[in-house]
Design a protein around this ligand. Sequence first.
Ligand SMILES: [Zn+2]
Length: 317
Amino acid sequence: MPRRAIVPRLRATELELEHVACDLCGADATRERYKKPDTGQWTSDYEFPVVECLRCGLVYVNPRPTPAGMAPFYANDYHGGRADEVHQRRYARQERYLPPLTNQSILDVGCARGDFLAFLLARHPGLRAVGCDAYSPGVADPRIEFHARALPDCGLPEASFDLVTSWAVFEHLHAPSRSFAEVARVLKPGGRFVFLVTNAESLWSSRAFGEDVPRHTYHYSHRSLRAYAEKHGLGVRRLVCDDRLFDGRGKGTFRWKLLRATGVGFAADSARDLRPGQRLARTAGKLVDGLVFALSWEAWLGRSGMLIAEFEKPEHA
Ligand SMILES: [Zn+2]
């Protein structure tokens, strides 16, 4: 069960919301995909619309909390406890997506407490490690140069990194284009950008409602990532689905199909406020989910909820 927020629930009138145009193409014509409240922490009952840009297909939360208005949605220690064994295994899997490491200069965007950089430094002491995170209280490892700011505000020198990484961070940004542009600027020619984001075109995202709304402000796809790379002058080396870092299987698709068919919404489901028929629908849905999504067949087909991208800055930009 997710931990409940300590702060009292915000009413819709207390939310600081903003309408935004598409971050990728600038258009503001959208269609609504679905609405979802903060089922992760129930900071508010407000159902945030998740919309799709009619011009370029980018999926995002709109309206959404302003940058300042988002603070209550991160009230718990959102970055704590990432040094344990489960995370160490994840870091080892993440490293397999990186080029062979020796003494490169590496930047981790949204590094939280710096645990992934510390993991890399323990294995490759010659690395120069830099991390930034606007919401982290700081990093413990003194070898890491840490900036308590969002990437575009760090003022890092141009063409100074061989490698930039970012894991489950870009879906949290308020202006991804600013960060993609900054990554392109700070990478050396030939440098790589390796990152993980959620996939809006997966069952996990669109049918099982797996996105952590409203904290996941942008939900990407193969198409939108290719468009971001092109917009910022980066090449796409690979785009793959992998469920071994975070689970992006479509579990929840059938549960929600049956819950909705029997008139159950997010609040009633969360409170388990269900009639017998609805409880039966929930159990049946979970059973089917367990069978259909037992294996990672979606990742093998390139359609699951977690996308890992590798971009490259051209040698001669
Ligand atoms: Zn667009």
